[in-house]
Design a protein around this ligand. Structure first.
Ligand SMILES: [Zn+2]
Length: 567
């Protein structure tokens, strides 16, 4: 292969730790090794290593542009490499008209192989090996999403995962929050940075790189598409009928490695099958969130008992083949996302609960054996290692599709009535927010409305506030029960409502908040606002200024209507 090195790059590269002759041999170019490569796969890159490596690759190639897409909780800039556009801006990336592919790694900072694979991919691009991608694809590469968690290295962070034995970061971010549960509530700076990136760069394909937690099988990598049944069927079909089969075939042909859908073999109710994860219908999961935004979302899970080196290869090969597919099928990819934006959900039943169902006929499932190896640094905590070449096949049903069980109809708009200006605080009212007093208590509806607006803006959901009073036909949701989970989850006690919609005529003051469902993000907006949604604003206590009042309110604070409301 032909290697080009830019004079400025050599200087920059030679300053890096781990710099070496690289894999290309003497007499050719000098390319720096990633930290795992230079430590015999015992260590993972720290934040500073990642930034230095990205800068070196950008210095080596005019094709690679660097920017950042936001901040971690502790103020680390989240790096983004843009390839295939004239510069790193969202405007330039979108103006190319090419298929935009976003790949993020390290959302769980103990699952570090995606981060290392993306640095290696940047090196391959810098070497000029990926010229065939340039014509059709813009790559957006974010190797270190949970940057704060990445720096909290500990040798015991990931159980029996096969290394890196020099330690890895934590699952949550610096606030102790799981970024892969923050898709809807957007409580972390990281998830808000991601939503901002999605709004600005609008990638057609979005890949979230992870490592499994303890499932037992023979695959080097497992994958899944968006789990929510409300996802546009065009997206689901393209993934299940075309992209996943093509990628799986290519990896098998080139590397003899098996990849399959995320899950594990288990006996449930006497049925031995390969079971996916029902919980993945919730858009708090990043890849499902991508799908609910009408874009292709892909979850990738390298196998935790494959060696660190093999896991990096698995993530690398997976991303490589997805980009190869996207470079060939860009038109089809862009079409399913455009179609999804144009589909109207108004009047259509939308799932608010789901169940796992069987996909087609039983399939051959690859199993393999693992062995325990002594961990030289952690007492009584062996590492488990996949035995390469020990694969065996068992045919079983695959329960991997999630279908809606309970549904709710999408209205033309959700409406939240403006706060009553005549409201005054009850004499005995507690402060409106915990902590020191913030002056007089605020109107709970005003508090609720400002939190809702904050979330809608962060997601990029369109809304407006009315400028005149109007009387409209609506439905209001009479609450029968309102319960909080006993156990705390991500700092919340999740709320569940039951009840029923009933017709009503509402006289709305000016300033009512209207969230129309005739917009591209309608599927997302619906699950944010419906009272039965178990991953929306209600569930995450964002409507609690009203719903948490005592006595409990009779009606849900958002109305729904089939009428068109004018500003
Ligand atoms: Zn994970």
């Amino acid at each position: 292969m032909k290697i080009t090195v830019f004079p400025g790059a050599v200087l920059a590269l030679s300053l890096l730790p781990g710099f070496s002759e690289g894999q290309t041999g003497a007499g050719k170019a000098l390319w720096p090794l990633t930290r795992p490569e230079s430590t015999n796969f015992t260590e993972t890159s720290r934040y500073d290593d990642v930034i230095a490596y990205m800068k070196a690759m950008a210095a080596a190639s005019p094709r690679i542009h660097l920017t950042s897409f936001g901040y971690s909780h502790e103020g680390r800039a989240l790096p983004l490499a843009v390839i295939g556009a004239p510069d790193a801006t969202a405007k330039a990336a979108r103006a190319t008209g090419k298929t935009r592919i976003f790949v993020q790694a390290n959302i769980h900072a103990g699952e570090v192989e995606g981060k290392e694979a993306l640095l290696a991919l940047l090196r391959s691009i810098a070497k000029g090996e990926r010229a065939e991608w340039q014509r059709d694809v813009v790559l957006l590469i974010a190797p270190i999403y949970n940057a704060d968690g990445n720096e909290r290295v500990n040798l015991t962070n990931r159980g029996a995962q096969h290394g890196p034995i020099g330690g890895m970061g934590t699952r949550p971010n610096a606030q102790g929050l799981n970024l892969n549960r923050d898709g809807m509530k957007l409580e972390t700076a990281e998830a808000r940075s991601l939503a901002r990136l999605l709004n600005e760069y609008d990638p057609h394909v979005n890949i979230d790189l992870h490592t499994t937690n303890g499932s037992d099988h023979g695959y080097y990598l497992t994958y899944e598409g968006p789990g929510n049944p409300n996802t546009s069927t065009g997206i689901t079909r393209l993934l299940r009928d075309e992209l996943f089969p093509a990628v799986t075939r290519a990896v098998k042909q080139k590397h003899q490695w098996d990849f399959f859908y995320y899950g594990g073999a288990a006996n449930r109710g006497g049925v031995r099958a390969w079971y996916g994860d029902l919980d993945l219908y919730k858009p708090r999961y990043t890849h499902t969130y991508f799908g609910l935004r009408n874009r292709i979302g892909i979850l990738s899970e390298t196998y935790s008992y494959a060696t660190f080196e093999d896991r990096i290869k698995a993530a690398y090969r997976f991303v490589e083949e997805i980009v190869n597919f996207a470079a060939r099928k860009g038109e089809a990819i862009r079409k399913v996302t455009t179609d999804a934006d144009l589909e109207s959900i108004i009047g259509q039943p939308q799932a608010v609960r789901g169940r796992l169902v069987q996909v087609g006929e039983p399939v051959p499932i690859v199993l393999a054996t693992t062995v325990e190896e002594r961990n030289p640094y952690v007492p009584d905590r062996p590492l488990r290692r996949r035995v390469n070449g020990s694969e065996n096949i068992e045919v079983m049903p695959h329960h991997g599709l999630i279908e809606g069980t309970e549904t709710s109809i999408a209205p033309r708009a959700f409406v939240i009535a403006a706060p009553d200006p005549a409201w005054s605080a009850p004499a005995t009212a507690a402060p409106a927010r915990p902590g020191p007093p913030f002056g007089r208590p605020r109107n709970p509806v005003a508090l609720l409305m400002s939190s809702v607006i904050d979330r809608l803006e962060a997601h990029g959901v369109k809304f407006f506030q009315t400028e005149a009073a109007a009387t409209i036909k609506v439905e209001r949701f009479r609450i029968e029960s309102s319960t909080l989970e006993e156990r705390e989850f991500e700092g919340h006690k999740l709320r569940t409502l039951t009840g029923a919609w009933q017709p009503h005529e509402e006289s709305l003051r000016e300033g009512a908040l209207v969230i129309p469902m005739d917009q591209p993000l309608a599927r997302l907006a619906f699950l944010l606002l419906d009272p039965r949604s178990d991953d929306g604003l209600m569930a995450w206590n964002i409507l609690d200024p009203v719903l948490g009042q005592s006595p409990a309110p009779e009606f849900y604070p958002a109305l729904r209507t089939t009428e068109t409301i004018l500003k």
